[in-house]
Design a binder for this molecule. Structure first.
Ligand code: GDP
Ligand code: GDP
Length: 438
Protein backbone atom coordinates (compact mmCIF):
# COMPACT_ATOMS: atom_id res chain seq x y z
CA UNK A 1 0.00 0.00 0.00
CA UNK A 2 2.71 2.49 0.89
CA UNK A 3 4.24 4.14 -2.12
CA UNK A 4 7.95 4.68 -2.62
CA UNK A 5 9.18 8.06 -1.41
CA UNK A 6 11.27 10.46 -3.48
CA UNK A 7 12.89 13.43 -1.74
CA UNK A 8 13.98 16.60 -3.52
CA UNK A 9 16.93 18.27 -1.91
CA UNK A 10 19.52 20.91 -2.64
CA UNK A 11 20.51 24.44 -1.68
CA UNK A 12 17.91 27.21 -1.41
CA UNK A 13 16.92 28.81 -4.73
CA UNK A 14 18.10 26.08 -7.04
CA UNK A 15 14.49 25.41 -8.10
CA UNK A 16 13.35 22.58 -5.85
CA UNK A 17 9.83 23.83 -5.30
CA UNK A 18 9.44 24.69 -8.99
CA UNK A 19 10.36 21.11 -9.81
CA UNK A 20 8.08 19.79 -7.06
CA UNK A 21 5.14 21.72 -8.44
CA UNK A 22 5.86 20.54 -11.93
CA UNK A 23 5.87 16.91 -10.88
CA UNK A 24 2.77 16.94 -8.68
CA UNK A 25 1.25 19.72 -10.74
CA UNK A 26 -1.03 17.81 -13.06
CA UNK A 27 -2.84 16.29 -10.14
CA UNK A 28 -3.13 19.52 -8.29
CA UNK A 29 -4.59 21.21 -11.35
CA UNK A 30 -7.78 19.21 -11.02
CA UNK A 31 -8.81 21.05 -7.94
CA UNK A 32 -7.11 24.32 -8.69
CA UNK A 33 -10.42 26.14 -8.55
CA UNK A 34 -10.40 25.66 -4.86
CA UNK A 35 -9.01 28.55 -2.85
CA UNK A 36 -6.27 27.46 -0.53
CA UNK A 37 -4.99 24.57 -2.58
CA UNK A 38 -2.23 26.41 -4.38
CA UNK A 39 -0.45 27.23 -1.14
CA UNK A 40 2.92 25.69 -0.72
CA UNK A 41 2.94 22.10 0.19
CA UNK A 42 5.91 19.97 0.91
CA UNK A 43 4.36 16.60 0.38
CA UNK A 44 2.61 15.45 -2.76
CA UNK A 45 1.77 12.50 -4.90
CA UNK A 46 3.25 11.91 -8.32
CA UNK A 47 2.76 9.35 -11.03
CA UNK A 48 5.00 8.56 -13.98
CA UNK A 49 4.83 5.57 -16.32
CA UNK A 50 2.07 4.17 -14.12
CA UNK A 51 4.33 4.21 -11.08
CA UNK A 52 2.96 6.13 -8.16
CA UNK A 53 5.25 7.74 -5.65
CA UNK A 54 5.22 10.27 -2.84
CA UNK A 55 7.32 13.36 -3.26
CA UNK A 56 8.86 15.42 -0.46
CA UNK A 57 10.22 18.90 -1.02
CA UNK A 58 12.73 19.17 1.79
CA UNK A 59 13.23 22.85 0.94
CA UNK A 60 9.74 23.72 2.06
CA UNK A 61 10.47 22.10 5.36
CA UNK A 62 11.22 25.00 7.67
CA UNK A 63 13.47 23.70 10.35
CA UNK A 64 14.21 25.95 13.29
CA UNK A 65 13.95 29.28 11.49
CA UNK A 66 16.97 30.63 13.31
CA UNK A 67 19.43 27.97 12.26
CA UNK A 68 21.99 28.92 9.68
CA UNK A 69 21.65 27.77 6.12
CA UNK A 70 24.49 25.30 6.23
CA UNK A 71 23.09 23.43 9.17
CA UNK A 72 19.67 23.56 7.65
CA UNK A 73 20.81 21.94 4.47
CA UNK A 74 22.57 19.26 6.48
CA UNK A 75 19.42 18.55 8.44
CA UNK A 76 17.42 18.38 5.25
CA UNK A 77 19.84 15.93 3.76
CA UNK A 78 19.67 13.76 6.86
CA UNK A 79 15.91 13.86 6.75
CA UNK A 80 15.79 13.00 3.07
CA UNK A 81 18.17 10.10 3.53
CA UNK A 82 16.10 8.79 6.42
CA UNK A 83 12.74 8.99 4.67
CA UNK A 84 13.29 8.49 0.99
CA UNK A 85 13.87 5.57 -1.35
CA UNK A 86 15.30 7.85 -4.03
CA UNK A 87 17.11 11.16 -3.55
CA UNK A 88 16.62 13.83 -6.18
CA UNK A 89 19.52 16.22 -5.79
CA UNK A 90 18.95 19.55 -7.53
CA UNK A 91 21.80 21.90 -8.38
CA UNK A 92 21.94 25.23 -10.21
CA UNK A 93 23.43 24.80 -13.68
CA UNK A 94 23.89 28.52 -14.13
CA UNK A 95 26.05 28.83 -11.04
CA UNK A 96 28.12 25.73 -11.56
CA UNK A 97 29.58 23.60 -8.78
CA UNK A 98 29.75 25.33 -5.40
CA UNK A 99 31.32 24.00 -2.17
CA UNK A 100 27.94 23.30 -0.52
CA UNK A 101 27.06 20.98 -3.40
CA UNK A 102 30.27 19.06 -2.89
CA UNK A 103 29.51 18.64 0.81
CA UNK A 104 26.00 17.45 0.10
CA UNK A 105 27.17 15.07 -2.59
CA UNK A 106 29.57 13.55 -0.10
CA UNK A 107 26.76 12.88 2.39
CA UNK A 108 24.56 11.44 -0.32
CA UNK A 109 27.27 9.12 -1.58
CA UNK A 110 27.83 7.82 1.91
CA UNK A 111 24.11 7.13 2.40
CA UNK A 112 24.19 4.33 -0.14
CA UNK A 113 20.75 5.38 -1.41
CA UNK A 114 20.11 5.88 -5.12
CA UNK A 115 20.72 9.50 -6.09
CA UNK A 116 19.62 11.34 -9.20
CA UNK A 117 21.40 14.55 -10.05
CA UNK A 118 19.25 17.24 -11.70
CA UNK A 119 21.09 20.20 -13.14
CA UNK A 120 18.44 22.90 -13.23
CA UNK A 121 18.05 26.30 -14.90
CA UNK A 122 19.55 25.17 -18.20
CA UNK A 123 16.75 26.93 -20.05
CA UNK A 124 18.64 27.20 -23.29
CA UNK A 125 18.98 23.73 -24.88
CA UNK A 126 22.36 24.74 -26.30
CA UNK A 127 23.65 25.10 -22.76
CA UNK A 128 22.99 21.46 -21.96
CA UNK A 129 26.69 20.76 -21.88
CA UNK A 130 26.98 23.04 -18.85
CA UNK A 131 25.73 20.04 -16.92
CA UNK A 132 28.93 18.12 -17.60
CA UNK A 133 30.95 19.94 -14.92
CA UNK A 134 28.75 18.29 -12.32
CA UNK A 135 30.40 14.94 -12.97
CA UNK A 136 32.85 16.33 -10.44
CA UNK A 137 30.32 15.55 -7.69
CA UNK A 138 30.85 11.86 -8.26
CA UNK A 139 27.22 10.83 -8.11
CA UNK A 140 26.60 9.71 -11.64
CA UNK A 141 25.22 11.28 -14.80
CA UNK A 142 23.95 14.82 -14.36
CA UNK A 143 20.55 15.36 -16.03
CA UNK A 144 20.29 18.78 -17.67
CA UNK A 145 16.89 20.38 -17.23
CA UNK A 146 14.76 23.44 -16.74
CA UNK A 147 12.07 23.07 -14.11
CA UNK A 148 10.72 26.43 -15.12
CA UNK A 149 10.14 25.51 -18.76
CA UNK A 150 9.68 21.81 -18.27
CA UNK A 151 12.59 20.76 -20.46
CA UNK A 152 14.34 17.60 -19.41
CA UNK A 153 11.84 16.70 -16.71
CA UNK A 154 10.48 13.73 -18.70
CA UNK A 155 14.00 12.36 -19.01
CA UNK A 156 14.56 12.97 -15.32
CA UNK A 157 11.38 11.12 -14.36
CA UNK A 158 12.22 8.22 -16.68
CA UNK A 159 15.44 7.73 -14.80
CA UNK A 160 13.82 8.25 -11.45
CA UNK A 161 11.30 5.48 -12.13
CA UNK A 162 14.18 3.11 -12.86
CA UNK A 163 15.59 3.82 -9.41
CA UNK A 164 12.35 3.16 -7.53
CA UNK A 165 12.16 -0.10 -5.62
CA UNK A 166 10.19 -2.74 -7.55
CA UNK A 167 6.45 -2.51 -6.93
CA UNK A 168 4.99 -5.39 -4.93
CA UNK A 169 2.80 -7.78 -6.93
CA UNK A 170 -0.92 -7.05 -6.55
CA UNK A 171 -2.63 -9.30 -4.05
CA UNK A 172 -5.48 -11.07 -5.80
CA UNK A 173 -8.92 -10.67 -4.29
CA UNK A 174 -7.74 -7.74 -2.19
CA UNK A 175 -8.30 -5.01 -4.67
CA UNK A 176 -9.15 -1.72 -3.01
CA UNK A 177 -12.06 0.02 -4.61
CA UNK A 178 -12.78 3.67 -4.17
CA UNK A 179 -16.26 3.86 -2.65
CA UNK A 180 -18.50 6.79 -3.46
CA UNK A 181 -21.89 7.71 -2.09
CA UNK A 182 -24.10 10.17 -3.92
CA UNK A 183 -26.22 11.99 -1.35
CA UNK A 184 -28.50 15.01 -1.27
CA UNK A 185 -32.10 16.07 -0.96
CA UNK A 186 -34.84 14.75 -3.23
CA UNK A 187 -35.07 16.42 -6.65
CA UNK A 188 -31.59 17.94 -6.71
CA UNK A 189 -30.82 15.68 -9.66
CA UNK A 190 -28.99 12.72 -8.16
CA UNK A 191 -30.48 10.10 -10.42
CA UNK A 192 -30.05 12.09 -13.59
CA UNK A 193 -26.50 12.85 -12.52
CA UNK A 194 -25.76 9.18 -11.97
CA UNK A 195 -27.16 8.27 -15.36
CA UNK A 196 -25.20 11.04 -17.09
CA UNK A 197 -22.06 9.94 -15.27
CA UNK A 198 -22.53 6.32 -16.30
CA UNK A 199 -23.20 7.44 -19.87
CA UNK A 200 -20.02 9.48 -20.00
CA UNK A 201 -17.63 7.02 -18.47
CA UNK A 202 -16.21 4.45 -20.81
CA UNK A 203 -16.57 1.85 -18.13
CA UNK A 204 -18.03 -1.57 -17.61
CA UNK A 205 -21.01 -1.16 -15.32
CA UNK A 206 -22.42 -3.92 -13.18
CA UNK A 207 -24.90 -4.00 -10.35
CA UNK A 208 -24.22 -5.80 -7.09
CA UNK A 209 -26.40 -6.22 -4.03
CA UNK A 210 -25.79 -3.66 -1.29
CA UNK A 211 -25.93 -4.41 2.40
CA UNK A 212 -29.59 -3.75 3.11
CA UNK A 213 -32.47 -5.63 1.56
CA UNK A 214 -33.29 -3.37 -1.38
CA UNK A 215 -29.99 -1.49 -1.73
CA UNK A 216 -28.16 -1.96 -4.98
CA UNK A 217 -24.58 -0.82 -5.57
CA UNK A 218 -22.99 -0.16 -8.92
CA UNK A 219 -19.44 -1.17 -9.81
CA UNK A 220 -17.66 0.86 -12.47
CA UNK A 221 -14.63 -0.72 -14.04
CA UNK A 222 -12.57 2.08 -15.50
CA UNK A 223 -9.03 2.02 -16.85
CA UNK A 224 -7.98 3.78 -13.67
CA UNK A 225 -9.44 1.13 -11.44
CA UNK A 226 -12.76 0.05 -10.01
CA UNK A 227 -15.16 2.44 -8.39
CA UNK A 228 -18.05 1.42 -6.18
CA UNK A 229 -21.11 3.65 -6.25
CA UNK A 230 -23.11 2.92 -3.13
CA UNK A 231 -26.84 2.32 -2.97
CA UNK A 232 -27.70 3.56 -6.39
CA UNK A 233 -30.96 1.66 -6.61
CA UNK A 234 -32.76 4.33 -4.64
CA UNK A 235 -31.22 6.97 -6.84
CA UNK A 236 -31.90 5.33 -10.13
CA UNK A 237 -35.54 4.92 -9.37
CA UNK A 238 -35.97 8.44 -10.65
CA UNK A 239 -39.00 10.57 -10.12
CA UNK A 240 -41.22 11.81 -7.44
CA UNK A 241 -40.50 11.02 -3.81
CA UNK A 242 -43.38 11.21 -1.40
CA UNK A 243 -43.20 13.18 1.81
CA UNK A 244 -43.46 10.23 4.14
CA UNK A 245 -40.42 8.62 2.60
CA UNK A 246 -38.21 11.61 3.10
CA UNK A 247 -37.15 10.72 6.60
CA UNK A 248 -36.41 7.26 5.44
CA UNK A 249 -34.27 8.65 2.65
CA UNK A 250 -32.17 10.60 5.16
CA UNK A 251 -31.47 7.43 7.09
CA UNK A 252 -30.64 5.74 3.88
CA UNK A 253 -28.18 8.50 3.01
CA UNK A 254 -26.47 8.07 6.36
CA UNK A 255 -26.13 4.39 5.75
CA UNK A 256 -24.55 5.13 2.38
CA UNK A 257 -22.16 7.60 4.02
CA UNK A 258 -21.11 5.00 6.58
CA UNK A 259 -20.07 2.65 3.82
CA UNK A 260 -18.28 5.14 1.58
CA UNK A 261 -14.83 6.72 1.41
CA UNK A 262 -16.06 9.89 -0.25
CA UNK A 263 -19.52 11.44 -0.23
CA UNK A 264 -20.62 13.44 -3.24
CA UNK A 265 -23.09 15.88 -1.76
CA UNK A 266 -25.32 17.02 -4.60
CA UNK A 267 -27.03 20.36 -4.16
CA UNK A 268 -29.28 22.42 -6.40
CA UNK A 269 -27.90 25.72 -7.69
CA UNK A 270 -31.33 27.25 -7.06
CA UNK A 271 -31.17 26.34 -3.39
CA UNK A 272 -27.57 25.99 -2.32
CA UNK A 273 -26.82 24.03 0.84
CA UNK A 274 -29.91 24.52 2.99
CA UNK A 275 -29.78 23.28 6.58
CA UNK A 276 -30.56 19.73 5.56
CA UNK A 277 -27.39 19.63 3.44
CA UNK A 278 -25.17 21.09 6.12
CA UNK A 279 -26.55 18.49 8.52
CA UNK A 280 -25.50 15.75 6.16
CA UNK A 281 -22.09 17.40 5.81
CA UNK A 282 -21.84 17.41 9.60
CA UNK A 283 -22.61 13.73 9.64
CA UNK A 284 -20.01 13.10 6.94
CA UNK A 285 -17.43 14.87 9.05
CA UNK A 286 -18.34 12.93 12.17
CA UNK A 287 -17.96 9.72 10.23
CA UNK A 288 -14.53 11.01 9.03
CA UNK A 289 -15.49 10.57 5.39
CA UNK A 290 -14.23 12.84 2.64
CA UNK A 291 -16.56 15.30 0.97
CA UNK A 292 -16.99 16.77 -2.49
CA UNK A 293 -19.80 19.24 -3.09
CA UNK A 294 -21.48 18.95 -6.49
CA UNK A 295 -23.54 21.98 -7.46
CA UNK A 296 -26.03 20.66 -10.00
CA UNK A 297 -28.38 22.37 -12.50
CA UNK A 298 -25.63 24.80 -13.39
CA UNK A 299 -27.46 25.32 -16.71
CA UNK A 300 -30.17 27.18 -14.77
CA UNK A 301 -27.77 29.80 -13.43
CA UNK A 302 -26.11 31.49 -16.40
CA UNK A 303 -25.29 34.73 -14.60
CA UNK A 304 -23.90 33.33 -11.37
CA UNK A 305 -20.28 34.03 -10.48
CA UNK A 306 -18.55 30.74 -9.85
CA UNK A 307 -15.78 32.05 -7.63
CA UNK A 308 -18.21 33.94 -5.45
CA UNK A 309 -20.46 30.94 -5.09
CA UNK A 310 -17.48 28.73 -4.38
CA UNK A 311 -16.38 31.03 -1.59
CA UNK A 312 -19.90 31.17 -0.20
CA UNK A 313 -20.15 27.38 -0.13
CA UNK A 314 -16.80 26.96 1.60
CA UNK A 315 -17.85 29.59 4.09
CA UNK A 316 -21.02 27.72 4.87
CA UNK A 317 -18.99 24.53 5.28
CA UNK A 318 -16.35 26.20 7.44
CA UNK A 319 -16.56 23.37 9.93
CA UNK A 320 -15.27 21.04 7.22
CA UNK A 321 -11.70 21.08 5.91
CA UNK A 322 -11.16 22.74 2.49
CA UNK A 323 -12.86 20.63 -0.14
CA UNK A 324 -13.50 20.54 -3.87
CA UNK A 325 -16.66 22.16 -5.21
CA UNK A 326 -17.72 21.15 -8.69
CA UNK A 327 -20.26 22.91 -10.88
CA UNK A 328 -22.14 20.58 -13.17
CA UNK A 329 -25.28 20.10 -15.17
CA UNK A 330 -26.61 16.57 -15.19
CA UNK A 331 -28.93 17.72 -17.96
CA UNK A 332 -26.35 19.03 -20.44
CA UNK A 333 -23.45 16.96 -19.10
CA UNK A 334 -21.30 20.01 -18.46
CA UNK A 335 -18.66 19.37 -15.81
CA UNK A 336 -19.78 15.82 -15.11
CA UNK A 337 -16.53 14.36 -16.42
CA UNK A 338 -14.63 16.16 -13.67
CA UNK A 339 -16.34 14.23 -10.92
CA UNK A 340 -14.32 11.01 -11.01
CA UNK A 341 -10.93 12.72 -11.40
CA UNK A 342 -11.71 14.94 -8.42
CA UNK A 343 -12.81 11.89 -6.44
CA UNK A 344 -9.57 10.09 -7.32
CA UNK A 345 -7.59 13.08 -6.20
CA UNK A 346 -9.36 13.20 -2.86
CA UNK A 347 -9.02 9.43 -2.53
CA UNK A 348 -5.26 9.80 -2.90
CA UNK A 349 -5.35 12.36 -0.09
CA UNK A 350 -7.20 9.86 2.11
CA UNK A 351 -4.62 7.19 1.39
CA UNK A 352 -1.67 9.45 2.08
CA UNK A 353 0.85 8.22 4.61
CA UNK A 354 3.18 10.82 6.09
CA UNK A 355 6.66 9.59 6.99
CA UNK A 356 7.17 9.74 10.76
CA UNK A 357 10.34 11.81 10.77
CA UNK A 358 8.81 14.46 8.56
CA UNK A 359 5.64 14.50 10.65
CA UNK A 360 7.52 15.03 13.90
CA UNK A 361 9.62 17.73 12.29
CA UNK A 362 6.53 19.66 11.23
CA UNK A 363 4.93 19.35 14.65
CA UNK A 364 8.15 20.36 16.37
CA UNK A 365 8.35 23.46 14.18
CA UNK A 366 4.72 24.26 14.84
CA UNK A 367 5.27 24.05 18.60
CA UNK A 368 8.47 26.11 18.38
CA UNK A 369 6.81 28.96 16.52
CA UNK A 370 3.66 28.93 18.62
CA UNK A 371 4.03 27.12 21.95
CA UNK A 372 1.05 25.48 23.58
CA UNK A 373 -0.77 27.59 26.17
CA UNK A 374 0.09 27.12 29.80
CA UNK A 375 -2.58 25.85 32.18
CA UNK A 376 -1.94 26.49 35.88
CA UNK A 377 1.75 26.72 35.27
CA UNK A 378 1.94 23.57 33.26
CA UNK A 379 2.39 23.28 29.54
CA UNK A 380 1.21 20.73 27.03
CA UNK A 381 4.14 18.76 25.69
CA UNK A 382 3.96 16.70 22.54
CA UNK A 383 6.45 13.91 22.89
CA UNK A 384 5.94 12.08 19.66
CA UNK A 385 3.46 11.85 16.78
CA UNK A 386 2.80 9.04 14.37
CA UNK A 387 0.30 8.39 11.62
CA UNK A 388 -1.41 5.18 12.66
CA UNK A 389 -3.86 4.79 9.79
CA UNK A 390 -4.84 5.99 6.35
CA UNK A 391 -8.45 6.19 5.12
CA UNK A 392 -9.18 8.17 7.25
CA UNK A 393 -5.78 9.64 8.09
CA UNK A 394 -5.36 9.05 11.82
CA UNK A 395 -2.64 10.60 13.92
CA UNK A 396 -1.64 9.50 17.39
CA UNK A 397 -0.13 12.20 19.59
CA UNK A 398 1.75 11.10 22.68
CA UNK A 399 1.46 13.96 25.16
CA UNK A 400 2.33 14.63 28.77
CA UNK A 401 -1.20 15.24 30.09
CA UNK A 402 -4.61 14.99 28.48
CA UNK A 403 -5.92 17.80 30.72
CA UNK A 404 -3.59 20.35 29.12
CA UNK A 405 -5.19 20.04 25.72
CA UNK A 406 -7.23 22.83 24.20
CA UNK A 407 -9.34 22.54 21.07
CA UNK A 408 -7.93 25.73 19.59
CA UNK A 409 -4.44 24.29 19.84
CA UNK A 410 -5.58 21.03 18.24
CA UNK A 411 -6.93 23.11 15.40
CA UNK A 412 -3.66 25.00 15.10
CA UNK A 413 -1.76 21.73 14.78
CA UNK A 414 -4.26 20.43 12.24
CA UNK A 415 -3.82 23.56 10.14
CA UNK A 416 -0.07 23.08 10.18
CA UNK A 417 -0.45 19.48 9.03
CA UNK A 418 -2.77 20.56 6.25
CA UNK A 419 -0.44 23.34 5.14
CA UNK A 420 2.33 20.80 4.73
CA UNK A 421 0.48 17.75 3.48
CA UNK A 422 -2.86 18.86 2.02
CA UNK A 423 -5.44 16.19 2.87
CA UNK A 424 -7.96 17.95 0.66
CA UNK A 425 -11.61 17.33 1.50
CA UNK A 426 -10.66 14.87 4.19
CA UNK A 427 -11.24 15.06 7.95
CA UNK A 428 -8.30 14.00 10.08
CA UNK A 429 -8.55 11.92 13.21
CA UNK A 430 -6.42 12.91 16.16
CA UNK A 431 -5.93 10.50 19.04
CA UNK A 432 -4.15 11.70 22.16
CA UNK A 433 -2.40 9.37 24.54
CA UNK A 434 -0.90 10.48 27.81
CA UNK A 435 2.59 9.24 28.53
CA UNK A 436 4.69 9.95 31.50
CA UNK A 437 7.71 12.04 30.67
CA UNK A 438 11.05 10.35 30.93
P1 GDP B 1 14.00 26.34 -4.09
O1 GDP B 1 14.38 27.32 -3.03
O2 GDP B 1 15.12 25.40 -4.39
O3 GDP B 1 12.73 25.63 -3.82
O4 GDP B 1 13.84 27.17 -5.44
P2 GDP B 1 12.54 27.71 -6.17
O5 GDP B 1 11.81 26.64 -6.87
O6 GDP B 1 11.78 28.57 -5.21
O7 GDP B 1 13.21 28.63 -7.30
C1 GDP B 1 14.11 29.67 -6.98
C2 GDP B 1 14.14 30.64 -8.13
O8 GDP B 1 14.68 30.01 -9.30
C3 GDP B 1 12.77 31.13 -8.54
O9 GDP B 1 12.85 32.51 -8.85
C4 GDP B 1 12.44 30.32 -9.77
O10 GDP B 1 11.56 31.00 -10.64
C5 GDP B 1 13.81 30.13 -10.39
N1 GDP B 1 13.87 28.91 -11.20
C6 GDP B 1 13.42 27.67 -10.89
N2 GDP B 1 13.62 26.81 -11.91
C7 GDP B 1 14.19 27.53 -12.90
C8 GDP B 1 14.64 27.20 -14.23
O11 GDP B 1 14.52 26.08 -14.72
N3 GDP B 1 15.21 28.21 -14.94
C9 GDP B 1 15.36 29.47 -14.44
N4 GDP B 1 15.93 30.39 -15.20
N5 GDP B 1 14.94 29.82 -13.21
C10 GDP B 1 14.36 28.86 -12.45
P1 GDP C 1 -33.17 13.15 -7.42
O1 GDP C 1 -34.45 13.10 -6.69
O2 GDP C 1 -32.14 13.90 -6.64
O3 GDP C 1 -32.68 11.83 -7.91
O4 GDP C 1 -33.44 14.09 -8.71
P2 GDP C 1 -33.77 13.66 -10.21
O5 GDP C 1 -32.58 13.17 -10.90
O6 GDP C 1 -34.98 12.82 -10.23
O7 GDP C 1 -34.07 15.10 -10.83
C1 GDP C 1 -35.11 15.92 -10.34
C2 GDP C 1 -35.56 16.88 -11.45
O8 GDP C 1 -34.51 17.80 -11.75
C3 GDP C 1 -35.89 16.17 -12.74
O9 GDP C 1 -36.98 16.81 -13.33
C4 GDP C 1 -34.63 16.39 -13.58
O10 GDP C 1 -34.89 16.37 -14.97
C5 GDP C 1 -34.18 17.76 -13.13
N1 GDP C 1 -32.72 17.90 -13.28
C6 GDP C 1 -31.77 17.10 -12.82
N2 GDP C 1 -30.54 17.59 -13.12
C7 GDP C 1 -30.75 18.74 -13.80
C8 GDP C 1 -29.87 19.70 -14.39
O11 GDP C 1 -28.64 19.62 -14.36
N3 GDP C 1 -30.45 20.79 -15.00
C9 GDP C 1 -31.81 20.94 -15.05
N4 GDP C 1 -32.28 22.01 -15.66
N5 GDP C 1 -32.64 20.04 -14.51
C10 GDP C 1 -32.13 18.95 -13.89
Amino acid sequence: MTKPVVAILGRPNVGKSTLFNRIVGQRKAIVEDLPGTTRDRIYGEGVWQDREFSLIDTGGYELQPATDIRRRVKEQVALAIQEADVLLFVVDGQEGVVPADIETAELLRRSGKPVLLAVNKLDNPRKKTDALVFYELGIGDPVPMSAHHGQGTADLLDRMVELLPPSPPPTPGQEVMMKLAIVGRPNVGKSLLLNTLLGKERAIVSEVPGTTRDAIDTVLETVEGKVLLIDTAGIRRAGHIERGVEKYSVMRAMDAVDRCDIALLVTDVEEILPAQDTHIAGYIKKAAKSLIVVVNKWDLAPGVDRDELNAEILDRLKFFPPLPVLFVSALTGEGVDRILPAARQVYAERQKRVPTGLLNGIIKDAVASHPAPTVKGRKLKILYVTQAEVNPPTFVFFINDEKLRHFSYDRYLENKLRAAFGFMGTPLRFIFKARREE
